[in-house]
Design a protein around this ligand. Structure first.
Ligand SMILES: *Cc1c(COP(=O)(O)O)cnc(C)c1O
Length: 426
């Protein structure tokens, strides 16, 4: 029986047996006891499923990963300690020195640095293309050593909506998978696998947790990429892993399980970015209300964007739910129930006016965080990007007057009232 997103948010993942805890239990242990070394040996050989050490896997984490897997319509999933770790693991699971990545240029700054700086130091190169590029421009970004295509459903902070089908078609034409970071849309508003994505990642720190309580990430595999058909490109999945008793992941775990098993058995073992089971438990509490919260975030984002658009002290507004927005048509296609609660806008008067506006806010707090139950906002030019000149900011696509406002789940009239009094004070 396939269940709706709403029901999966509440009931997905943990399925207690008779007389077992109704809520997912927190397995607050590092290790497991076995009666014989021979039994444990079978686990190490991956010949039998089971737990032995929380650095690789833990039942609480797995139950929560299973819920996210069901929500995204995937075949296997894992949690990571952060969204950064999720994107790194997803990329590094299929890239190595000499590989090349094609990525949308409108992506989260941390992911941009990960790909453009840190992975470059590992010998992995990348080409960035604007998300609104033509199919020809996208095609031109590929090289013989391209191993993966990357993009975000709704880019943070650019709020560009990705044409997932365009990126999937290019990836398929080159026989490489498409990874989509679905953090801002969440599976409540978009399921990228249905549009051709092969792997989906999340910073669960944002809407999924929703309460600003736990940093975390997730990777979901669609099971739809045929690694064996492109065996020469992905030796890590299609040839024996001598560091893991000679297992060939794509043969032993099939198309549905190979990617996540390798990321667990190999990357989690060596890099150890596992979330604490306590954090997975908190994430699950957040997921239980994700479907309700997303509705309110979207309603508030839309109401605030419409209010701002009419205000004389507001220079411009970016929100894909506005018919005038550059991404409105893509949003209608990929996000028919709305995108997210993040709105960006410019305060008339530039950098100084934006800074003054922020200082007048009362309920809406200044925070680097986004996608929280509490409304918060950020003026990049005076905080995260403060070392840059106005010219440098424009070149980076961050206008000096830009305010990123993350609408929470309060009543929209209270959010608007706070914005109104802050604008009136300018
Ligand atoms: C925040 C964010 C990340 C990084 O996640 P962390 O949990 O902060 O490590 C990655 N991608 C997107 C789209 C994000 O918003």
């Amino acid at each position: 029986m396939t269940q709706t997103t709403e029901t999966l948010c509440v009931q997905g993942g943990w399925k207690p047996g008779d007389a077992e805890p109704r809520q997912v239990p927190i397995y607050q242990n590092t290790t497991w006891r076995y009666a014989t070394s021979e039994h444990m040996g079978r686990l190490f050989d991956l010949a039998e499923a089971g737990y032995f050490y929380t650095r690789l896997a833990n039942p609480t984490n797995d139950a929560v990963a299973k819920k996210i897997c069901e929500l995204e319509g995937g075949t296997a999933a894992m949690l990571t300690s952060s969204g950064q770790a999720a994107n790194f693991f997803a990329l590094f699971n299929i890239c190595e020195a000499g590989s090349h990545i094609v990525s949308s240029s409108e992506i989260y700054g941390g992911t941009y640095n990960l790909i453009a700086v840190t992975m470059a130091k590992m010998g992995i190169e990348a080409t960035f293309v604007p998300s609104n590029c033509t199919p020809e421009e996208l095609e031109a970004a590929f090289k013989p050593n391209t191993r993966v295509v990357f993009g975000e459903t709704i880019a943070n902070p650019a709020l560009a909506v990705l044409d997932i089908e365009k990126f999937a078609a290019a990836a398929n034409a080159h026989g490489v998978p498409l990874i989509i970071d679905n953090t801002f849309a969440t599976p409540v508003n978009c399921r990228p696998i249905e549009w051709g994505a092969h792997i989906v990642t999340h910073s669960t720190t944002k809407y999924m947790d929703g309460h600003g309580s736990a940093v975390g990430g997730a990777i979901v595999d669609s099971g739809k990429f045929d690694w064996m058909a492109h065996a020469d490109k992905y030796p890590g999945l299609t040839t024996p892993d001598e560091s893991y008793h000679g297992v060939t992941y794509a043969e032993a775990f099939g198309q549905e399980g190979a990617f996540i098993t390798k990321a667990t058995a190999h990357l989690m073992r060596d890099l150890g970015s596992i979330p604490s089971p306590q954090n997975a438990f908190l994430l699950n509490l957040g997921l239980e209300s994700l479907h309700l919260r997303m509705k309110q975030h979207v309603a508030n984002g839309q109401a605030v964007a419409e209010y701002l658009q009419k205000h004389p002290k507001v220079a411009w507004v970016r929100y894909s739910g506005l018919p005038e927005d550059e991404y409105y048509d893509l949003a209608q296609k990929y996000l028919p129930n709305g995108g997210c609660g993040v709105v960006s806008f410019g305060v008339a008067g530039g950098r100084a006016a934006a800074e003054a506006f922020m200082s007048k806010l009362q309920m809406i707090s200044i925070a680097t965080h986004v996608a929280d139950a509490r409304s918060c906002c950020l003026h990049p030019a005076s905080s995260t990007h403060r070392q840059m000149t106005d010219e440098e900011l424009e070149a980076a696509g961050v206008a000096p007057d830009l305010v990123r406002l993350s609408c929470g789940i309060e009543a929209s009239e209270d959010i608007i009232a706070d914005i109104e009094q802050a604008l009136a004070a300018l």
